[in-house]
Design a protein around this ligand. Structure first.
Ligand SMILES: *Cc1c(COP(=O)(O)O)cnc(C)c1O
Length: 375
């Protein structure tokens, strides 16, 4: 449980429960799936919105020692929460000028360009030391990393890597969540070719999806993110992960409206007959996408309550006609994410992906952390 004052707890309009025991179970499962390779944890974007200050220490306790963030600022903020034998790696690499701070903190950059290689090498030389790095190669996503020709240039002039210890050679799958996509095998073949030229480095290739594409994709250090947090690693396949997040939102008002009533902004829904409605205390400012307007739902007591009208900034209107009158009362909590409506379901209803739902979860909910030991 998070330490929050009672008044904050009583005042909250919704409760976001983050089950660290489920998180750790997911990590253990991914480790077994990946073995004999190891599994790192991707904790960028505040651990996909779930709170890196809680998530990273729980994963460390579970044995994780490699933590990937996207930006250097995230490494700076994460550092105090981890023991010194944990390693933090920065996926997006370093902006020119931050190499010194990165070296001071003992953070390992992912080098994505010849310029980043040159800057890191110069930093190491200036300090008369050898600095570790991961080297990213672009095998077909056109996002980050050296192109194969740049790898050739690097290997033709090995002094470019002077004073750098390339501990990890890595790449990222563009279509890993679609196992049948031809791009996967293409990227794997390119990765294999590059990897053979860095025989001493560890290979890091698989994200959550990659772990489930088969042994060939696992390399030495997998980088799961979404699967840790309960998201489905593969699109359209059964989700083997435990749900980590539960979101419940309080009812602030109920009413009965006659046929013809216009509901919500823009009057986008008009009641065809008498309806009973409930207004709940969360909206798009709390990370419930406006795209759920007239299409998503909440759940109460196993009954689906469709969203009617547009999602507002701070509230959503539900059709509760299916419930017996008086069942749903002011202050009751309806489920937005939970056993009846998984993360994947709400994401699909919102026309987005689980990643975006998680990383958008608002700051106004009371956040309750279920400790890995308890329960
Ligand atoms: C975000 C990210 C991951 C984690 O991906 P998931 O699909 O969440 O498992 C791994 N590697 C890189 C380079 C990333 O950007």
């Amino acid at each position: 449980m998070s330490v929050r004052s009672d008044i904050e707890s009583r005042a909250a309009c919704g409760v976001l429960t983050i089950d660290l025991k489920a998180l750790v179970s997911n990590y253990d499962f991914l480790c077994r799936q990946t073995a004999p390779a190891k599994a790192a944890a991707v904790v960028k974007a505040d651990a996909y919105g779930l709170g890196v200050a809680h998530v990273a220490p729980a994963l460390y306790e579970a044995g994780c020692r490699d933590f990937f963030v996207a930006h250097f600022i995230e490494a700076v903020r994460l550092k105090p929460y981890l023991a010194s034998d944990a390693r933090i790696l920065v996926l997006n690499g370093l902006m020119p000028g931050s190499e010194g701070d990165c070296a001071d903190l003992g953070v390992v950059p992912v080098l994505n360009s010849l310029e980043q290689v040159a800057n890191w090498s110069a930093t190491a030389k200036a300090r008369n030391t050898v600095l570790a790095a991961a080297l990213q190669v672009d095998t077909g996503m056109s996002r980050l990393g050296l192109e194969p020709a740049e790898v050739d240039a690097l290997l033709a002039e090995p002094e470019r890597l002077g004073s750098i210890h390339v501990d990890i050679i890595m790449s990222h799958l563009a279509c890993g969540d679609e196992p049948a996509h031809a791009a996967n095998a293409r990227q794997l073949a390119r990765m294999g070719a590059v990897r053979s030229r860095f025989p001493d480095a560890k290979l890091s290739f698989a994200n959550s999806a990659g772990i489930f594409l088969g042994e060939d994709y696992r390399g030495d250090l997998a980088r799961p993110g979404i699967a840790l947090y309960g998201g489905a690693p593969l699109a359209g396949a059964e989700n083997p992960m435990h749900q980590v997040v539960r979101l419940e939102v309080g009812v602030v008002q109920t009413r009965t409206v006659p046929a013809g009533s216009e509901i919500g902004y823009g009057a986008s829904f008009v009641a065809k007959s008498e309806m009973r409605l409930a207004t709940i205390a969360a909206g798009y400012a709390d990370g419930l996408p406006r795209h759920l307007s007239n299409t998503g739902a909440a759940w109460f007591g196993g009954v689906r309550l469709p969203i009617v009208g547009r999602v507002s900034m701070d509230s959503i209107i539900l059709d509760i006609t299916a419930l017996e009158p008086g069942t749903l009362k002011i202050g009751d909590m309806v489920e937005l994410i939970g056993p009846h409506q998984t993360l994947e379901m709400i994401a699909a209803n919102a026309g987005t992906i689980s990643y975006e739902i998680l990383t958008s979860l608002g700051r106004r909910y009371e956040r309750r952390y279920l400790s890995p030991a308890a329960r």
